[in-house]
Write a protein that binds this ligand. Structure first.
Ligand code: B12
Ligand code: SF4
Length: 453
């Protein structure tokens, strides 16, 4: 046993937007990587000194896997690490629980830690059910993980924010220190973390003011913004290190004008804005003349609008404002005329949406693609997942939601759609992707249709 800690993450390799899926090869998600473990590593000393060495493992996973491949588990165990920390999301929790079990069988002394959105909402339940897990860090991990290292995994009652097993009891320490995004280290700037991806994810903020019922994005409801100075430095770093595509991971960059101004200032100050391609989320209903003025000198290659559905009943039941056609099209037109490109996302399976109403949403996106063709990159179709910790999960009985119990909890039936209706919808969308070059769907649609497995 030594002072080595592995932080392990799995990137959802079956996630694909229209790309060819080839087993064992990475698809669309090659553009993505796990940022969380890099941030934990970069901030390992933030609470105090410790002498642990941290190795990052980020590998493609698919829901069809039971555990990580034997070869990777052996590579981890043969180094006899002190601890293995898993970054868990809905697409990999089952894989990591099984992997943790195998590691414990090999050597029960190796500490197993878990963090990430899929263990954050019910940590006690997970520790009760899975004895192979020793410690869970719910919510944001930087301070708590560093504090755990500082305490050398001892006196856990002094580490605020950990949930852990003590003999037969599960103990939970509250009072976690609120993260200040300007006081934690950027993995790029401080650790020279260079993900093998052409797209760099940069985090200008955490938290979200909205409460969409399908989303588990912000466990911590408080909004926090990174300073424009750090953002500028990250953009310059990105450019110098050969990255040309930047994905700003904010829930939306235009929640407030202050936030939008901070981001635009950072982009302008970097002096590399014309050399980088930006992908951002925006709320169409917030866009007004003042916001258009703020962004007038910047072109976004991708502004993602979460349209989800044009059925206002479905939107309201999902915690979203009703659809406002006029505002929506004005936003597309005004942004498009200024050289920005829009990507639209729609979601299949929301409450009150039926095959017919989804068809109406699809027809509407066809109209948009025709009318605003030059301004729209593409339309992406997503399948509703009933995620742990979301309001939809709490309302599952009301909507009679049934969903997959392993991997991403995709919807399989609801009060509004039978499995047959969902299959018919998947067929409709798949056909659309075949006839319309600007229409894409995530890989799960193909799985439903049995096309790829
Ligand atoms: C980038 C991203 C992706 C990337 C993949 C990223 C990757 N390789 O891991 C791509 C684009 C591929 C993707 C796909 C999907 N995604 Co996504 N994605 C994100 C996004 C925008 C950013 C993730 C991130 O890096 N955040 C920043 C880091 C710092 O925050 P964090 O991840 O929460 O990590 C912190 C803590 O959780 C904790 N922590 C995390 N890991 C660990 C490990 C240890 C040991 C410890 C101690 C702590 C810890 O500490 C971290 C630092 O504070 C989030 C939303 C968000 N802003 O978080 C959604 C999110 C992660 N995605 C989500 C979902 C649902 C999906 C999809 C299923 C959507 C869909 N229907 O298509 C697909 C997956 C498809 C599939 N095949 O299953 C959900 C996950 C919910 C869940 N319970 O897992 C999120 C939270 C968004 C949401 N709407 O709720 N996604
Ligand atoms: S879907 Fe987007 S806007 Fe809605 S709560 Fe989640 S992060 Fe916020």
């Amino acid at each position: 046993m030594n002072n080595l800690i592995f932080l392990v993450a799995g990137t959802p390799a079956e996630h694909s937007l229209g790309t060819e899926y080839i087993d064992n090869k990475r698809d669309f998600s090659t553009k993505s990587y796990n940022y969380a473990i890099a941030s934990l590593k970069a901030n390992r000393y933030i609470v105090g000194d410790n002498n642990y060495n941290i190795d990052l493992v980020d590998i493609p996973v698919s829901r069809r896997m039971n555990s990580l491949p034997k070869k990777i588990i052996s590579e981890i165990t043969e180094k006899n690490p002190y601890a293995v920390g898993f970054s868990t999301y809905c697409w990999d929790l089952h894989i990591f629980l099984k992997t943790a079990y195998i590691i414990k069988e090999y050597n029960s002394e190796i500490k197993i830690i878990m963090g990430g959105p899929s263990v954050s909402f019910y940590p006690e339940e997970i520790l009760n059910k899975y004895p192979q897990v020793d410690i869970i860090i719910p919510g944001e991990g930087e301070y708590v993980f560093s504090d755990l290292l500082y305490h050398k995994f001892k006196n856990l009652d002094e580490v605020a924010g950990v949930v852990y097993r003590r003999k037969d009891n599960i103990c939970s320490n509250k009072n976690v220190k609120q993260i200040d995004l300007n006081r934690i280290y950027s993995p790029y700037l401080s650790d020279n973390f260079r993900p093998k991806s052409d797209t760099l994810m940069i985090e200008p903020s955490r938290g979200c003011i909205y409460r969409c019922k399908f989303c588990s994005w912000s466990k911590n409801k408080k909004l926090m913004f990174k300073s424009s100075k750090i953002l500028t430095d990250e953009l310059i770093w990105a450019y110098k290190n050969g990255y040309r595509f930047i994905n700003l991971s904010d829930t939306s960059i235009n929640m407030t004008e202050e936030q939008l101004s901070t981001i635009i200032r950072a982009i302008k100050d970097s002096s590399v804005s014309d050399k980088l391609s930006f992908s951002v989320f925006m709320k169409y209903d917030k866009i007004n003349e003042a916001q258009l003025k703020i962004i007038e000198d910047i072109r976004f290659d991708e502004i993602i609008f979460g349209l989800e559905s044009i059925n206002s009943e479905a939107l309201l039941a999902s915690g979203k404002p009703p659809f406002n056609k006029e505002k929506f099209e004005t936003a597309i037109k005004k942004l498009g005329e200024r050289g920005n490109k829009i990507t639209l996302s729609i979601m299949i399976g929301l409450p009150y949406d039926t095959f017919n109403s989804i068809q109406k949403t699809i027809r509407y996106t066809e109209y948009l693609l025709e009318r605003y063709n030059r301004y729209i990159n593409f339309v992406c179709s997503f399948w509703l997942a009933v995620l742990p910790g979301t309001r939809f999960e709490r309302e599952k009985n009301i909507h009679k939601f049934k969903f997959l119990q392993r991997g991403t909890p995709y919807l399989i039936e609801s009060k509004y759609m039978t499995p047959k209706d969902l299959l018919k919808t998947a067929e409709l969308i798949y056909k659309e992707t075949q006839t319309n070059t600007k229409f894409f769907c995530e890989e799960y649609f193909l799985e439903v249709l049995g096309q790829r497995i």
